[in-house]
Design a protein around this ligand. Sequence first.
Ligand SMILES: [Fe+2]
Length: 167
Amino acid sequence: MSYTLAEFINKCRFSLTDCLNEQGQDEVLKLVKSVIFDKKLISECFPMGVSDERRVLFEDPELGFCVCSHVYENKKGFPHDHGPTWAIYGQVSGNTEMMDWERVGAQGSDGSFNAKMSRNYTLRPGDVYLYRVGDIHSASCSALSEVIRIEGENTDKIKRSVINVFQ
Ligand SMILES: [Fe+2]
């Protein structure tokens, strides 16, 4: 089945009646996996000639979830969480060098904490990953990389944890 962006958003909304419900997040993960090569949807999300690093294509006024497109080139990412929310990363083209991180030790009085890298892997076209609330990761790429992202709420507006790299 092929989707327009509006149809895809409706399917997400149907699954995400509560954005913190992990079952709903899993359903959206499956949905993104099923559409990651959908030419109609992807051409709507990544129009020719548009290379903004981040575009919020849709933000749900009631539930708060967002559909975003990201176009990165030679980007070095640092470990981060998604504050109170989660994010699904779907690799459309190019590769993302991804690292997962885990907390080390106690949280500082300012709320910051240390983290060490626990896993590294490559997201290739068609790969889709869900990062739950509290998961820490970093994303880098050495060439052009197009990623569709679904966020439980708009991460432009959230407060993220301060994370120090544990040596
Ligand atoms: Fe992230």
